[in-house]
Ligand binder design. Structure first.
Ligand SMILES: Nc1ncnc2c1ncn2[C@@H]1O[C@H](COP(=O)(O)OP(=O)(O)O)[C@@H](O)[C@H]1O
Ligand SMILES: [Mg+2]
Length: 410
């Protein structure tokens, strides 16, 4: 992105007088944004001066053409299913192609009856609501969402590099540099959520995806909490299927804050550098005992700065844990010395690993080989729709309910 001098594209702008939304051609230059009626039009309609931060936000918006989609109305019928890429407890994630633009997305479909049985519906609605509000380079973008009486649909940016989990499994562990850039990107994503009073709670390698440029996309907002600094309610083990990343205060059913995400970050850094999480046991009770009591052993292969960071994040006392006074303490830690955080935000560091994508763009369908490679190491074997018994897809016929289907303009 650093090499891009100008960036242009269509966005939708609200008119000054009659407030209606109009498509305009925007050109972002070094310090200015100019806009025109169309790409071909020479007549300047308006101009803004930008700060550096605003510029990167504009470039991000243009790269994602966010506003132009906001006014579209879409439904299930606008997409073709291409492959299953994830299978969770409450539904499935498909790779889909939007029929009119041929763009590839990930579509998360949740079965409402499953959700109601488990009293998860409000949780899933907050997943959608949070994703609708959040825009950040390291957080998966929600482009559309709609629902039928039976199902909730979320159409997300497709991250073609797959789960961090698969890469970790394939590589055993990551180098210090690879770990550091991933972690820095995750910190910026979490910091953004915390600023919006959102606790993420889902940090684990299965929920961290790699985009086409090899950068992090934090995905899966099933576990978010938007009522920051409130008591955890109910049994803690009901909301998290992978408990290795749970902070001690959650296990103890104590009051907790966003600082739980910094604990999970400590577990993640450990797992990336060592190849396995610091606490592991077959039985849940044993695992909880380890998380609450066991001495944390960091192998000698992990160098001093990284070890110190891990131990400071894995502080069982949330009030002294690194990050308890804000993310800036984590960002200042020696593990990140030499890291320019603005460059991280602007994706100016080239990731060590770049996914191999035939044409380098999200709008290109991954070829079959890549699709299979994508599923490597995950529990899900990717299949194309053709390979799957067509009868199984009967349930995915869109049940149209034009008045009450809650199609959202996202
Ligand atoms: N935007 C996406 N791009 C690519 N793969 C995705 C995307 N969203 C989800 N997936 C895949 O589907 C899996 C399940 O999605 P997730 O949102 O984590 O749902 P669940 O709540 O079932 O865990 C992910 O771990 C990932 O492999
Ligand atoms: Mg998940």
């Amino acid at each position: 992105m650093s090499n891009i001098k100008t960036k242009s594209g269509y966005l939708v702008k609200q008119g000054g007088t009659n407030k209606s939304w109009k498509k305009r051609w925007f050109v972002v230059q070094e310090k200015l944004v100019c806009y025109y009626k169309t790409e071909k039009s020479q007549l300047l309609q308006g101009i803004f001066v930008l700060t550096k931060k605003e510029r990167s936000e504009w470039v991000y918006f243009l790269e994602n053409e966010i506003s132009s989609r906001v006014v579209d109305k879409v439904s299930r019928d606008d997409f073709n299913l291409l492959a299953i890429i994830g299978r969770g407890t409450y539904g499935k994630v498909y790779m889909v192609k939007k029929k009119d633009t041929s763009e590839i997305y990930a579509m998360k479909i949740l079965q409402k009856d499953m959700l109601t049985k488990n009293q998860q519906i409000s949780q899933r609605m907050s997943e959608r609501n949070v994703l609708m509000r959040v825009r950040h380079p390291f957080i998966i973008g929600l482009q559309y969402s709609f629902q039928t009486p039976e199902k909730l649909y979320m159409v997300l940016d497709y991250a073609p590099g797959g789960e961090l989990f698969s890469h970790l499994k394939k590589n055993g562990k990551f180098s210090k540099d690879r770990t550091r850039l991933y972690v820095a990107e995750i910190i910026l994503g979490l910091e953004h959520l915390h600023k919006m009073d959102i606790i993420y709670r889902g940090l684990k390698p299965e929920n961290l995806l790699i985009d086409e440029g090899g950068h992090i996309k934090i995905a899966d907002f099933s576990y978010v909490r938007t009522d920051l600094r409130k008591k955890s309610g109910g049994k803690t083990n009901t909301f998290c299927e992978t408990p290795e990343y749970l902070a001690p205060e959650i296990i103890l059913n104590k009051e907790y804050t966003e600082v739980v995400d910094w604990w999970s970050l400590g577990i993640l850094i450990y797992e990336m550098l060592v190849g396995m999480p610091p606490f592991y046991a077959e039985e849940l009770d044993d695992l909880y005992m380890l998380i609450l009591r066991s001495q944390i052993k960091v192998p000698s292969s992990v160098k001093t700065a990284a070890r110190d960071l891990i131990l400071k994040l894995l502080d069982r006392n949330p009030t002294t844990r690194l990050g308890s006074n804000g993310s800036s303490d984590i960002k200042k830690h020696p593990f990140f010395s030499g890291i320019n955080w603005e460059k991280v935000y602007n994706k100016e560091y080239t990731p060590e690993f770049l996914p191999q994508i035939s044409n380098g763009t999200r709008s290109t369908e991954p070829d079959k080989e890549f699709t299979e490679e994508y599923a490597f190491g995950s529990l899900v074997k990717t299949k194309t729709v053709e390979e799957v018994d067509k009868a199984k897809f009967k349930e995915f016929v869109f049940i149209d309910n034009p008045e009450g289907n809650g199609t959202s303009k996202k």
